[in-house]
Design a binder for this molecule. Structure first.
Ligand SMILES: [Zn+2]
Length: 421
């Protein structure tokens, strides 16, 4: 009995072990299968699903296309960052000037001048060989020698900051600066010692805006960012695939001001300082709503806009954008947020000059500003000339003289060869 009992228990144990082994095997296989599925590329091939950020449709559309290889008229690019993007390397500057020559960009405005000795070193970088091709805007250093994570230590919170910066700007003008660039951190991330956000229209900065008016230095001010960057990163966000790659570009959430609040604060400054010229960077921060920008341009005669890094927005609304350019041809300036390579510059000429349809605005693997294509506006000659250069010549000190030098050194005929009719 004992023996049988033992044998029975042994059999039972063996059965249990076999069952347990089978269960374990099943789990292992299921896990392996799940891993295999997860590792399966979401490339849309052989019946597999396709990830949104892998979708690269090639249009079958067959339509006439102009594809200008260079700008039709000499261009002033009022928005470039050579200090940051060329890292002050002379050989990179040489290369960029070759691109400018090739693309018919006569003059660029560096927005990276800073102040004092820093301005001197930037002048040395740009002006040693290319004084005729670059003008420079200064920047305010809000933090000074303060610690980034301790707003109470920032220079802008010390008494008399506005007055001191006004004096520094007068000095920058003496040193050859042509304007002031204000970066987007003002209003968006910079804080007061109590933790609240510094507002753009804080009266402490009034002496700065006033000084720019008195000194004849235009203020190019970058406020806010694409509307989608202020919205939750979810399936309704039109820039989802880009924000998924760069979550740090998102300003959604309670710790940030809203897109509307930022632009309203900026507009109060523009309205309060009617003697100062303001250039709203990136179509005044709201290319998604040109009717709204049009209202601002009507309300504030001292406001102008530039189009840097927003051809994806303008070119996806060709009828509205064309009307906008026609109605405000005296108030719009050309910009790129460059230095850009040739293949990023060409879509600018194509959008502004031609009636080409549904083309890519950038050559990147990922279109950098929304998964869509754009359309040409086919702007008339006189509007192109204003937007490309004439408006900048009127607004920005030092540009007109440089344009004259450029025109003299490059007889038009020499460059008209591949322009077509
Ligand atoms: Zn910029």
């Amino acid at each position: 009995m004992m023996f049988r009992h033992c044998q029975c228990r042994t059999i039972c144990r063996r059965v249990l072990a076999a069952v347990a082994f089978a269960a374990l095997l099943k789990t292992i296989l299921a896990t392996m299968f799940a891993c295999a599925r997860a590792a399966e590329p979401l490339d849309g091939e052989d019946g597999r699903p396709l990830a949104l950020n892998q979708f690269r449709p090639r249009p079958s559309l067959v339509v006439p296309a102009d594809r200008p290889q260079r700008a039709k008229y000499p261009v002033v690019d009022v928005h470039i960052h050579p200090r940051r993007k060329l890292r002050s390397v002379p050989a990179q500057l040489d290369e960029f000037v070759r691109v400018m020559d090739q693309q018919n960009i006569a003059v660029c405005v560096s927005l990276d001048g800073e102040l004092g000795e820093s301005l001197e070193s930037h002048k040395e970088f740009l002006w040693t060989k290319y004084r005729d091709r670059f003008v420079i805007f200064a920047n305010i250093d809000w933090l000074g020698d303060g610690r980034r994570d301790e707003p109470a230590t920032w220079d802008c919170h010390r008494p008399g900051f506005g007055r001191r910066m006004a004096a520094a700007l007068a000095d920058a003008k003496e040193r050859g600066a042509s304007g002031l660039k204000v970066f987007k951190m003002l209003g968006l991330v910079y804080r007061n010692p109590d933790g609240s956000l510094i507002t753009i229209d804080d009266s402490r900065w009034d002496p700065i805006w006033k000084a720019c008016g008195e000194l004849g230095l235009p203020v190019l001010i970058h406020t806010a960012d694409p509307v989608a960057f202020f919205q939750p990163i979810d399936r309704y966000n039109e820039r989802w695939e880009e924000l998924e790659r760069h979550p740090e570009w998102s300003f959604a959430g309670k710790e940030f001001p809203s897109h509307d609040e930022l632009l309203a604060a900026r507009n109060r400054v523009i309205s309060r300082h009617s003697q100062t010229t303001f250039i709203g960077a990136h179509v005044a921060g709201y290319p998604e709503n040109l009717a709204q920008v049009a209202k601002w341009l009507e309300s504030y005669p001292n406001l102008h806009v530039e189009i840097a890094a927003r051809i994806a927005e303008l070119g996806r609304q060709p009828y509205t954008a064309r009307d906008f350019f026609m109605n405000f041809s005296d108030r719009i300036l050309f910009g790129t947020d460059g230095p850009r390579p040739i293949n990023r510059l060409r879509p600018h000429w194509r959008m502004l000059e031609t009636r080409d349809e549904y083309f890519s605005y950038a050559e990147n693997q990922y279109p950098p500003q929304g998964l869509w294509n754009i359309f040409g506006l086919g702007l008339p000659q006189e509007v192109l000339r204003k937007v490309y250069a004439e408006n900048a010549e009127k607004l920005i000190p030092g540009v007109a003289q440089r344009m004259e030098i450029y025109a003299k050194s490059r007889p038009a005929a020499k460059y008209d060869e591949n322009q077509g009719p």
